[in-house]
Design a binder for this molecule. Structure first.
Ligand code: HEM
Length: 379
């Protein structure tokens, strides 16, 4: 369970940890992310008078397991009765994609490969070099109230993906000098930084190689080098490895939602059914975590180097501009390509604080004045 600051409503000694975007809430922070069109957000996230205060995430191997758990939570909070201590405002169902697409997000790329290693948890094979933990806040040396130690700020983004439009863009702008189908796959890999199998383009620059799918032990050799992976590729923008000295500040845990693309959508090259990613990330500060990655890196055309352009997957440019990026053309690194449409459209989200299990059980539950909540979002 994660709570937003507006409704923490804790006694004085349980003052919430300080973080500017957390204090503002995502709706007020939206302009800083170039989310200028909040009127298109899901109304649940776009009502300043009724912000979402609590996010309860339930995960499980089967729908039945999840539904059983959700029913148990409904009982605990007496949801739907006059005694309810929570009002459910939205229930969003995430799903692993079917068949060989399991683990892949809706554009078709394997997701959930690269995350900062967790202290005390054995590292995954081919992991990046260990960095100090960056997403759990308030270790002994960190500032902030004692009750919040070992908790994390949680960012939720409700991201819609325009899959037929993305695929059509790749075909129409396919890499030159090769069959169109192959050229579109190569362009896709250059925009994401990994092939659909998950293989990093940095390690396999010309073709997909599923044997490299989970490889994470690569460096870009500095922002001067983009022969293999464009500086603007999504994974290089959002974690530039040796292009900067900053360790990855977020730990991601997203899941797709919505149906598979239908033949009708394929034929029309247009999205007719809602689908996308329930993006969740944990960090010790939203200001230096999610907001830096989205605003300071993905949206900043001069990061990690001047004139890099936008992150083609999540970069947002604000009103009256068209997103561009360099580094995809084999013979002309300075050649700019443009993206007349967005492929990922945010429809809201919220900033939360995810207390440690210890804080929930030993502090908040035992408080004589426990937090009251008037909003709830099940994912
Ligand atoms: C619908 C939207 C998104 C899609 C389709 C998407 C897709 C992907 C894919 C395919 C990968 C490579 C697999 C992996 O390393 O786990 C990836 C990595 C990553 N993404 Fe996204 N992503 C999305 C949104 C975001 C957002 C909103 C952020 C943060 C603001 C973000 C940050 C990252 C980071 C930090 C990595 C790891 C890079 C690395 O360590 O090499 N992504 N994403």
């Amino acid at each position: 369970m994660s709570m937003s600051v507006q409704q923490l409503d804790l006694p004085e000694q349980f003052a919430p940890p300080v973080d500017e975007p957390f204090d503002m809430g995502q709706l007020r922070d939206a302009p800083s992310l170039n989310d200028i069109d909040t009127e298109k957000w899901d109304p649940v996230f776009n009502d300043p008078g009724h912000l979402v205060h609590v996010l309860i995430t339930v995960t499980g191997d089967t729908h039945a397991t999840v539904e059983r758990e959700v029913a148990a939570i409904d009982v605990i909070f007496e949801v739907g009765t006059s005694q309810a201590s929570l009002t459910e405002v939205k229930r969003i169902r995430g799903d692993v994609r079917p068949g060989d697409q399991a683990g892949h997000e809706h554009f078709g790329y394997l997701d959930g490969i690269s995350n900062p290693p967790i202290e005390g948890v054995p590292p995954t094979p081919n992991c990046v070099p260990p960095f100090p933990r960056t997403f759990v806040l308030f270790s002994e040396n960190d500032p902030g109230p004692v009750w919040a130690r070992d908790g994390s700020f949680l960012v939720f983004r409700y991201l819609f993906q325009l899959v037929p439009e993305f695929d059509d863009y790749l075909l129409e702008n396919a890499h030159p000098g090769m069959p169109k189908e192959l050229g579109s796959k190569l362009l896709g890999a250059k925009l994401v930084g990994r092939w659909k199998s998950g293989a990093p383009i940095d390690l396999s620059p010309t073709e997909d190689n599923p044997d490299l799918a989970l490889r994470n032990d690569f460096l870009y050799e500095g922002p001067g080098n983009e022969r293999r992976c464009p500086l603007g590729a999504h994974i290089r923008k959002t974690y530039p490895r040796d292009d900067t000295t900053t360790p990855s500040p977020i730990l991601r845990r997203g899941i797709p939602f919505g149906p598979e693309v239908t033949p009708e959508e394929r034929a029309a090259k247009k999205t007719l059914h809602d689908r996308g990613l329930l993006f969740v990330c944990y960090q010790r500060s939203i200001a230096s975590g999610f907001r830096t990655v989205q605003r300071g890196w993905a949206n900043d055309t001069n990061f990690p180097k001047d004139q890099t352009g936008f992150d083609p997957i999540i970069g947002r440019c604000g009103a009256g501009r068209i997103r561009t990026m360099r580094g995809t053309h084999p013979d002309d690194m300075a050649k700019e390509i443009s993206f007349p449409t967005e492929f990922v459209v945010p429809r809201g989200g919220e900033y939360f604080f995810s207390p440690s299990i210890r804080a929930l059980g030993e502090v908040i539950a035992l408080s004589s004045d426990p937090p009251r909540s008037s909003g709830c979002c099940f994912a």
